[in-house]
Design a protein around this ligand. Structure first.
Ligand SMILES: Cc1cc2nc3c(=O)[nH]c(=O)nc-3n(C[C@H](O)[C@H](O)[C@H](O)COP(=O)(O)O)c2cc1C
Length: 322
């Protein structure tokens, strides 16, 4: 029996936020994943495999070495902001164990970008590329955070899609986005991905697709599709949050295939949302995703899920034939 199965009943008896921080600390005892690489060439360099932990799992970036031992091809840390944020009032995370979903309204609690840079330096070699997720309430905050972190990481994911930080929606308005994207481009020295909101319907995604087109036209490397789905939820102190887990998979497929159809082959699409099995991960690679990120399924299934995906023949084949 793996360690996660022993720990799971205790973790699920705890409040979800507490359980997450205990789980992260226990992760350093997880056994190292030893799977043959299924290499993939991306703008981050050659990855050992196209599977990654999504933003928000390691919000402080203090657990990257433990996460790299699980076998991921790269890691997304954060989301970080220019100065420390405490996030929204609690309760701000809830589980639905029967659906294997989470709802979160965290609102970016994080130690700030300076603390992350120091923490990263103190961890030594992580062993796999690290991507920093950054955000902010204004263009100036976003660009300050972006500029500070670039020298220390392999790439950056610009998060303008969290449903829990009201100002972000304003930064996605076409004029504000055009200005922000220009400012980010002027400061860019590392591969940079835009994390977009999930597919809701054709009208809504049409608006998202025009942001993606502008992003690609400016020469950015790719996008991460997608963030959690905004929903009303009375369990959250703020009354709403972002849904994650299996119900997002079909939306992720819709987003990936639409972006893939509309963009050049070299534009990278990191698929994220609802991946909870090897078949889910390989189906996203098969429709044109460059890499696959996951979060919620790791909470419910533990590190053995990563091993199963990396050992899966279809996943390995889809990765090689990309
Ligand atoms: C508790 C929690 C916190 C999250 N925090 C962030 C975050 O800080 N930044 C971000 O871009 N996405 C964040 N996300 C969204 C995930 O990165 C991912 O886009 C989403 O959960 C869908 O993937 P999944 O179904 O595999 O969980 C968070 C998700 C959860 C469940």
């Amino acid at each position: 029996m793996d360690g996660y199965r022993l720990a799971a009943p205790i973790l699920f008896a705890l409040d979800p936020e507490k359980a997450h921080s205990v789980g992260l600390r226990l992760m350093r005892f997880a056994s190292k994943t030893r799977t043959e690489p299924s290499p993939v060439e991306t703008s981050l360099g050659e990855l050992a495999n196209p599977l990654a932990i999504a933003a928000g799992y390691d919000k402080t970036g203090a657990h990257l070495r433990s996460l790299s031992r699980l076998g991921f091809g790269y890691l997304v840390a954060g989301t970080f902001t220019a100065s420390p944020w405490s996030g929204n009032p609690r309760p701000r995370v809830a589980r639905d164990r029967s659906e294997k979903t989470l709802v979160n309204a965290l609102g970016f609690p994080n130690p700030g970008i300076d603390a992350f840079v120091l923490s990263l330096a103190s961890q030594g070699q992580i062993g796999v590329p690290v991507v920093a997720s950054v955000s902010g309430k204004t263009e100036a905050e976003v660009v300050a955070c972006y500029s500070k972190v670039q020298p220390h990481v392999a790439g950056v994911e610009l998060n303008l899609s969290s449903p829990n930080t009201p100002g972000l929606k304003d930064l996605r308005e076409p004029a504000a986005f055009a200005e922000l994207a220009q400012a980010v481009k002027a400061a860019k020295v590392k591969p940079t991905y835009l994390k977009i909101p999930p597919y809701v319907d054709e009208a809504q995604f049409g608006g998202v697709a025009s942001l993606v087109r502008r992003w690609e036209d400016l020469g950015f490397e790719g996008v991460t599709a997608s963030n959690s789905l905004p929903i009303e939820d009375p369990r959250m102190a703020v009354g709403r949050g972002g849904l994650s887990g299996p119900p997002l998979l079909e939306r992720t497929k819709a987003a990936v295939s639409r972006i893939r159809r509309a963009s050049s082959l070299s534009f990278e699409v990191n698929a994220c949302g609802g991946v909870s099995s090897p078949a889910d991960a390989s189906s996203l690679l098969a429709i044109g995703a460059t890499t696959v990120q996951l979060f919620t399924a790791l909470v419910y299934q533990g590190p053995s899920l990563v091993r199963q995906i990396l050992a899966d023949p279809d996943f390995r084949l889809s990765s090689r034939t990309r």
